[in-house]
Design a protein around this ligand. Structure first.
Ligand SMILES: [Zn+2]
Length: 168
């Protein structure tokens, strides 16, 4: 560690090490052995998951189980197994972790769930989309629904309206 005062390199001793409450930052109080002045370094743990910013602006630690629960609810009475749901959640967790960001909007996590859920079950996908897309993005939601209807026309016809799908 280069001393910020005398620029001596690799000559300091750690006096104190503290881990932040969320376990993601390590603070080290160091003393330069060349000039004996003290300085503090902060290390962020990059491989840990980002904090999730909720719709109301509050932050909470990333929790894969929330994805599992949300997807599970969307998959009620659908032929989607617990294993498939768990795998989906793990994939999203890995993607989010690999972004290397310190914060992510919960909505962005929902957006990552959508294409994976769409591949598993279209009804569950529409249900989940109706939960995660907020009202400011009704246009986007409508586009998704239109796209879904278009696909349905090419395959078998399923539910026309998400309310119908959700009330099943
Ligand atoms: Zn120094």
């Amino acid at each position: 560690m280069r001393c910020p005062f005398c620029s001596a390199d690799e000559k300091d001793k750690v006096i104190e090490t503290r881990v932040s409450k969320d376990g993601r930052e390590i603070r080290r109080r160091r003393e330069c052995e060349a000039c004996t002045r003290r300085f503090t370094t902060y290390e962020r743990i990059e491989e840990s998951m980002p904090m999730v910013i909720k719709g109301d602006g509050r932050r909470e630690p990333f929790d894969r189980n929330k994805i599992v629960h949300g997807v599970h609810a969307a998959c009620a009475k659908r032929k989607v197994s617990q294993d498939q749901i768990r795998t989906l959640a793990e994939e999203v967790e890995r993607e989010v972790g690999e972004l290397g960001v310190s914060e992510i909007a919960s909505r962005e996590i929902g957006e990552r769930v959508l294409p994976k859920l769409k591949a598993l079950d279209q009804v569950a996908y529409v249900r989940f989309a109706s939960i995660y897309r907020d009202f400011r993005d009704l246009d986007g939601f409508a586009k998704e629904l239109d796209a879904l209807r278009g696909e349905d026309n090419n395959a078998e016809r399923t539910d026309e309206h998400p309310a119908v799908a959700a009330g099943e």
